[in-house]
Design a binder for this molecule. Structure first.
Ligand code: PHE
Length: 344
């Protein structure tokens, strides 16, 4: 009986010391297993005097129940700990960052056209667009281009309908037909820019493509002078290429402007002293322009005795190539993402 008392007194501390389920199983075997004091006492009950048997039997039962209760409680605690540890090991870290989606961007040509157009809308110009499949009338005749002009040949112009001059249709070779269309639809004064796709029977080489983009400009009002043209283009050059740029206007020819000029800009790479970018000349040819020929004003019903104007046309690819040092026009159309990403 004394041994039982001692056993019970020590049991809670010992059971609490069992750190895991294995240790608890070992202790359980020792306390209540086949070779335990309790099991032995039970087996020996039959050998006790009859009057002691119920007393000892009851005590054994009591001690066994207490021990088993303590063991079971400890087991449930250890099981919970083991389960928590397992859950901790299997944990999925949902806080792990995902993949950043790659954000798209505007194509370098779109960016260039938008920037050029913005400079002119900043001066009060409107923006218009017109058909890519055009009547020969607007592309040539209304623009003072005679029927015999070589640019009309099939070797230069891509025709949709060819032969009978009155209903010839073509892929517009420039954005200039919108000069005539816009003036037909709108009363003066006119200040408009027209970005758009244009087409020519050219083979692809570093500076030519059968499809390219132009931005047309047209200003028609009373008292518009060549000085206005020069000031406008100088402003554009400084806005688009930098405040140090100078321009010069060299004599040229276009059927629809008189006088006509080619605008040259001082080379941004050498500031005019001559380098590889400007082929040693110090100047870069940039924009075709001139004073609107009175015949063009007459063709759309404008009074050429009261109105005058200037027009200009620039290639969007050329603007982007000069500004970014792009050396082949094909880079605009191949859409190699490694090239395009350089212009975010
Ligand atoms: N349309 C001409 C070209 O494509 C450019 C230009 C436009 C010239 C307007 C004068 C006036 O080359």
């Amino acid at each position: 009986m004394e041994a039982f008392d001692q056993l019970l007194a020590q049991a809670p501390a010992r059971i609490d010391l069992a750190g895991d389920l294995d240790a608890l199983a070992t202790l359980e075997a020792e306390l209540v297993g086949k070779k335990s004091l309790i099991a032995e006492t039970r087996r020996g009950l039959g050998r006790l005097p009859a009057e002691e048997r119920p007393v000892v039997g009851a005590r054994v039962h009591e001690v066994l129940r207490s021990l088993q209760e303590l063991l079971d409680h400890r087991r449930s605690v250890l099981e919970r700990v083991a389960e928590d540890r397992l859950l901790e090991q299997d944990r999925v870290d949902v806080s792990l960052g995902g993949y950043e989606p790659s954000i798209g961007m505007h194509h370098i040509l779109t960016q260039t056209v938008d920037e050029v157009v913005d400079i002119f809308t900043g001066l009060g110009y409107r923006v218009a667009s017109g058909p890519e499949v055009e009547l020969a009338w607007y592309n040539f005749d209304a623009l003072n281009t005679p029927p015999t002009h070589p640019s009309r040949l099939e070797s230069d112009t891509l025709y949709v309908e060819y032969g009978d001059p009155s209903d010839e249709m073509l892929l517009r070779t420039h954005t200039s037909p919108m000069q005539a269309r816009y003036m037909e639809q709108n009363d003066p004064p006119v200040y408009v820019v027209v970005p758009g796709r244009t087409f020519r029977a050219d083979a692809l080489d570093p500076t030519h493509s059968p499809v390219f983009y132009q931005i047309e400009g047209l200003a028609v009002d009373e008292n518009i002078t060549f000085g206005d043209l020069k000031g406008t283009l100088a402003h554009f050059a400084r806005e688009f290429f930098g405040s140090e740029r100078k321009i010069r206007l060299m004599p040229h020819f276009f059927p629809f402007t008189e006088p006509s000029a080619e605008m040259h800009m001082s080379c941004y790479a050498c500031d005019g002293s001559g380098c590889r970018v400007c082929s040693g000349s110090g100047w870069i040819e940039l924009i075709g322009c001139g004073m609107v020929d009175p015949n063009v004003l007459d063709a759309v019903g404008y009074d050429s005795s009261k109105l005058s104007g200037f027009a200009f046309g620039m290639g969007a690819e050329r603007m982007a190539m000069v500004r970014h040092g792009i050396n082949h026009i094909k880079h605009f159309y191949e859409n190699d993402i490694r090239v395009l990403r350089q212009f975010t």
